[in-house]
Write a protein that binds this ligand. Structure first.
Ligand SMILES: C[S@@+](CC[C@H](N)C(=O)[O-])C[C@H]1O[C@@H](n2cnc3c(N)ncnc32)[C@H](O)[C@@H]1O
Length: 286
């Protein structure tokens, strides 16, 4: 049996929380997606006390921010559809920054030849690699787990893992930017743009500024109980992404146009953005 070293408390635990949310969605008869890796995680960690902590946070989230859990289902399906649409248009390279226990590399219907790089902290990447191996789930793509701290140099390990900056890339940044400072988020976007070839797509989530105020307190407290903190939020995604070379389309997380018929809680919560790279084709790729 492959050994699993559970990520310690803190922002790593938020990945277990999100995976559990995906498991709850997967169990619904009208599920927006089904994530077998989330089920494999719950089964693998069944005896691990960390799950009791996560269960308590989930219960409190349901109680204090009714409907907020639905947001995770909508967010997941929204980005699923965006990734699939980009691969249908020919993109064959995907990078998730802060992949956590996201199961897309085992559950999406991806074209042959898709290469997917999943970057996360050095304590999370071996956990995820081992979890996938132990689950026995077949990969839907050529997957590379990359151990890197996104506040430091992540581009070198990404390239060392085989990432090709001359190819168009789908970038996915979900559940990360709020845990980093504005400066760290900005540096990540700079890196993403420098590694993006024409035809690349960027998908990201960010927190609405109001979530750092009183309105966001019920959810913020749940995050802090997991040992994590929100350090950043912004309402200027169109201009922020635009300044980095991305023509963005931004939706509120509770926008019914992307809700698949689900009602997300009446909290300001998050933005979901997609961007098309607008840098001229002759600009150098780093
Ligand atoms: C809320 S989880 C989201 C995971 C995944 N994107 C998902 O939606 O399931 C946050 C993730 O960010 C990762 N993370 C936090 N800070 C990081 C950093 N400085 N460098 C790399 N990953 C980081 C954590 O390890 C965790 O997996």
């Amino acid at each position: 049996m492959v050994e699993l070293q559970t990520p310690s408390i803190g922002v790593g635990q938020t990945a277990l929380f999100v995976a559990w949310m995906r498991q709850l969605e997967s169990d619904r008869p009208d599920a927006l997606f089904r994530d077998p890796l989330a089920a494999a995680m719950l089964s693998a960690l069944a005896e691990d006390p960390v799950l009791a902590d996560v269960a308590e946070v989930i219960k409190q989230t349901h109680d204090s921010a009714a409907g907020f859990p639905t947001y995770f289902a909508v967010r997941t399906r929204f980005f699923d559809d965006e990734v699939i649409s980009a691969t249908r248009r020919g993109v064959r390279q995907v990078v998730t920054l802060a992949a956590g226990v996201d199961g897309r590399t085992v559950r999406l219907d991806l074209p042959a030849g898709t290469r997917w790089f999943e970057v996360d902290l050095p304590e999370m990447t071996p956990f995820k690699n081992a979890l996938i191996e132990r689950s026995g789930l077949p990969l839907a793509c050529e997957r590379h787990g990359v151990a890197a701290d996104l506040r430091e140099d992540w581009r070198t390990p990404l390239r060392a893992a085989g990432f090709d900056p001359s190819q168009p890339t789908v970038w996915l940044i979900e559940g990360l930017l709020m845990y980093l400072t504005d400066a760290a988020g900005d540096a990540i976007l700079t890196g993403v743009s420098e590694l993006s070839a024409p035809g690349s797509r960027l998908m990201l989530e960010h927190l609405k500024a109001a979530m750092l105020e009183e309105e966001g307190r019920p959810v913020r407290e749940r995050v802090e109980e997991q040992g994590a903190s929100w350090l950043s939020a912004r309402d200027d995604l169109t201009s922020w992404m635009g300044g980095h070379g991305w023509s963005a389309r931004v939706y509120a997380g509770d926008d019914p146009r992307i809700g698949y018929g689900r009602a997300v809680a009446p909290l300001p919560a998050c933005w979901l953005a997609t961007g098309t790279f607008t840098r001229p084709a002759d600009a150098p790729v780093n």
